[in-house]
Design a protein around this ligand. Structure first.
Ligand SMILES: *Cc1c(COP(=O)(O)O)cnc(C)c1O
Length: 370
């Protein structure tokens, strides 16, 4: 029996496997209060306090994901902490400076050839370190697709032939109904110069039952579609999530994972390596490892960049290149993503470049001097 199935029997004895595996049931029964969560596992005093703090970013956890949390570091990513009320230096509500780059309602155009399309403000579960906590989860109690607000974005993309890549995000687009996604992807596909569509989602980790054969049938109508999936910790790779990843790959969707480096959650080399290996086993290619964005009240999650570089160094060369994501910082103020890495060119000796390998030995490489 899987951990989730065991949890269902114990805490939801009246709920059938069929209901549990229905993603709409999971959304309807999300846990949002201390009372609901406290029924499932013992809350600490700080957690209890944080859950009753006014004006906080909402808490919402699918019953499925709750089944993984009690004894996992993932718990910190879902349950609020009083530390969220401390705003650290440089922390802002819109750390990536997306608002000034909004070219239409929900459409961010920062890079020359691609756009970020925020299609819904709803997620099935809310990450405490959410970079868009200024937008998501505030209003909609249910997945309200902002269909009427998409027209201006479609018009902008259609009028800008340089846009060849549309990153559909939110909120979590995979919380929308199949028909709504079909409509959205169809409208984007109808624009001739849109070469590829990406969907950003955490659904395979927090609501894997959403990845139904019908959903994947809908998605594959609109190929090439890529998924950018949010994964945090190897505890997420349950049999349920593994199956979801396999369905995604079998539908011909290429998936990259995006992981946020989080203090006390995944900031050690063994945990990261295990996560990357689990992802590759299920045909998800590690894409980015992100430094945690300076959203207000996120200081307790941030790991020094020097440590992040150390962690990436523990992967590069020590395991498959496919298992090594690109370590990046999305620079505050709208600078965009930059890659951070150790300097491997450590000097020059005449016609030779001095290079430091993964074991920190120095090698010579003949490099033409112009
Ligand atoms: C991250 C991001 C993208 C996509 O960047 P890639 O490096 O191509 O994955 C596009 N637009 C915005 C505004 C982004 O933040």
């Amino acid at each position: 029996m899987t951990k989730a199935a065991d949890f269902r029997k114990r805490f939801y004895p009246d709920v059938s496997a069929r209901e549990w595996n229905d993603w709409r049931w999971q959304l309807k029964n999300r846990l949002t209060t201390a009372e609901q969560i406290g029924r499932l596992f013992e809350l600490t005093e700080p957690e209890r306090t944080a859950l009753s703090m006014p004006d906080s970013f909402p808490t919402a956890i699918t019953p499925y994901y709750a089944s993984l949390l009690a004894d996992s570091p993932l718990r910190k990513t879902m349950l609020p902490s009083p530390a969220e009320k401390t705003v650290g230096a440089g922390e802002t509500p819109d750390p990536l400076g997306e608002e000034p780059c909004m070219v239409a309602d929900g459409l961010v155009h920062r890079y020359p050839d691609r756009v970020l399309f925020l299609t819904t403000h709803y997620c099935s579960a809310y990450c405490r370190y959410c970079t868009r906590s200024r937008l998501v989860g505030r209003h909609a109690a249910r997945a309200e697709p902002m269909k009427d607000r998409w027209e201006k974005a479609f018009a902008y993309i259609a009028a800008h032939p340089e846009v060849r890549d549309v990153l559909v995000s939110g909120g979590d687009p995979l919380t929308m109904a199949d028909e709504t996604l079909d409509y959205l992807l169809g409208r984007l596909r109808a624009i001739k110069h849109v070469e590829m569509i990406r969907i950003g989602s955490k659904v395979p980790a927090v609501l894997p039952m959403r990845i139904t054969p019908a959903l994947m049938k809908t998605i594959r109508k609109h190929h090439p579609v890529y998924f950018s999936l949010h994964f945090t910790h190897p505890d997420e790779m349950t049999p349920e999530t593994a199956k979801a990843c396999e369905r995604i790959a079998d539908a011909g969707v290429l998936s990259g994972s995006q992981t946020v480096l989080l203090k006390g959650v995944n900031d050690d080399a063994e945990t990261l390596k295990k996560l990357m290996h689990e992802l590759l086993k299920h045909r998800v290619r590690p894409y980015y490892l992100f430094q945690c964005d300076p959203i207000e009240g996120s200081m307790h999650f941030r790991v020094p960049v020097a440590k992040g570089i150390e962690l990436i160094n523990a992967l590069r060369g020590h395991t498959s290149g496919y298992a090594v994501p690109t370590y990046a910082i999305d620079i505050p103020g709208g600078g965009g993503k930059i890659i951070v890495a150790d300097q491997r060119c450590v000097g020059r000796d005449g016609a030779f470049l001095l290079l430091k390998n993964f074991e920190n030995d120095i090698y010579r490489y003949p490099d033409p001097v112009e």
